[in-house]
Write a protein that binds this ligand. Structure first.
Ligand SMILES: Cc1ncc(COP(=O)(O)O)c(C=O)c1O
Length: 391
């Protein structure tokens, strides 16, 4: 650490670095490694979507756009969300184009949180939630979810975790890293609780198209919820567009307006060619999305069966592209398991604790990689388990 560390703000210095990136950095330097580490589609963005970005550049469309996003983007998002999720949002005042769900969540938190406010969220969860809350000088309050419940958020646990000062609830179904989902009945109970406690709800639905069991329901579509929900979505996962850095937020005008202020001063606008590519994804991307979903589902069935055969109990993820096996039978903690597996067999999985304390005893295996690689990883994990069980 060089002496410039004295300039770094205390609340930033105390933040941990993302555990996922550490593993990724090691794996990228390792020859013959099989990575089940990164939550990024192995598919290249479908060609018709790339073509829309190419056409945008060819036409010389290289300018800033309206801070909220192009009219065309917002209108297309409005249609897509109404058709697939239910609520109708006004493109003029209730939709904002962002740099992925990452920016959407960040500007939401900065727009609504006062220092000391409390934010409920379910854990294990996406690595950025708690740090993003901490960056707003607010307090993140985790609600534990458990494998016996397929990592669905239990409304009773939510109630038990609530404290005075809670202002926002962040939910993410299907969930990274567990693949947990919430059915309508669970969501209704969560919605009832949010109304009773006057909570704003941030619903990160980035994996919603990648739901394998049952239908995805958005909490924003439930009675009384549209006016207290910010619907966050993007193109990175279902349309394999991580590098385009494009997403959006939909919600009641006053909150979107607050977010717009933060966005205006920090970002200005999402890139125009990404917005235009996203319009193509929304209009014509369904078939390619369904093809990718079919492939993820095949891989999911294989990897989950393999973990269970190997004596690492693994529930069936109902959505997203992550398996979350229980590794406690090895006698190792999550970090040791992941480190040893990487050292001995060059297979990268992410320790469950990277997703919060509730991930202890589990590791995350992303199946957004080819079937061949997943198969090879299965062979190597079998050898690894043989060595440690014999030893
Ligand atoms: C639950 C969840 N939300 C948000 C993101 C970030 O998405 P984006 O690429 O749209 O910023 C991720 C990425 O892994 C994620 O898993």
């Amino acid at each position: 650490m060089d002496s410039s560390s004295r300039f770094v703000a205390r609340h930033v210095a105390s933040l941990p670095k993302s555990g996922i990136r550490d593993f990724f950095a090691i794996v990228s330097k390792m020859k013959d490694a099989v990575s089940l580490g990164i939550g990024e589609p192995d598919f290249v963005t479908p060609y018709h979507i790339r073509e829309a970005a190419i056409a945008s550049l060819e036409k010389g469309r290289t300018s800033y756009t309206d801070n909220r996003g192009t009219q065309q983007f917002r209108e297309e998002v409005s249609r897509y969300v109404a058709k697939n999720y239910g609520p109708e949002y006004d493109p003029e005042t209730e939709i904002l184009a962002t740099i992925g769900v990452s920016e959407a969540l960040d500007i939401l938190l900065r727009a609504v949180l006062n220092p000391g406010d409390k934010v409920l969220y379910h854990e294990p969860c996406y690595v950025s939630y708690a740090p993003s809350v901490a960056l707003c000088h607010a307090e993140a309050i985790p609600v534990r979810t458990v494998s016996a419940d397929q990592f669905a958020l239990d409304p009773a646990a939510l109630r038990a975790a609530w404290q005075p000062g809670c202002k926002l609830l962040v939910i993410n179904f299907p969930t990274n890293p567990t693949g947990g989902t919430a059915d309508r009945a669970k969501l209704e109970a969560i919605a009832k609780f949010a109304i009773e406690k006057d909570l704003l709800v941030a619903s990160d639905e980035i994996y919603s198209e990648l739901t394998f069991e049952g239908d995805h329901v958005s909490i924003a579509s439930l009675p009384g919820m549209r006016e207290r929900t910010i619907f966050l979505h993007g193109f990175s996962k279902a349309f394999a567009m991580t590098g385009f850095r494009i997403g959006y937020a939909c919600g009641p005008a006053a909150v979107i307006d607050g977010m717009l202020k933060v966005h205006q001063y920090g970002i200005m606008c999402a890139p125009i060619m990404s917005q235009e590519a996203a319009v193509e994804a929304l209009r014509n991307g369904r078939d390619s999305m369904l093809h990718m979903r079919y492939k993820y589902r095949e891989r999911r069935d294989f990897i989950v069966r393999r973990f269970n055969e190997l004596g690492l109990p693994c529930h069936l993820p109902r959505g997203a592209f992550y398996a979350f096996p229980d590794i406690t039978s090895t006698g190792m903690d999550s970090m040791t398991f992941a480190q040893q597996l990487l050292e001995q067999q060059k297979v990268a999985m992410v320790p469950g604790t990277a997703f919060g304390a509730a991930g202890a005893g589990f590791c995350r295996a992303s199946f957004s990689t080819s079937y061949e690689k997943i198969h090879e990883a299965g062979e190597r994990i079998a050898r690894f388990l043989d060595t440690i069980r014999k030893g």
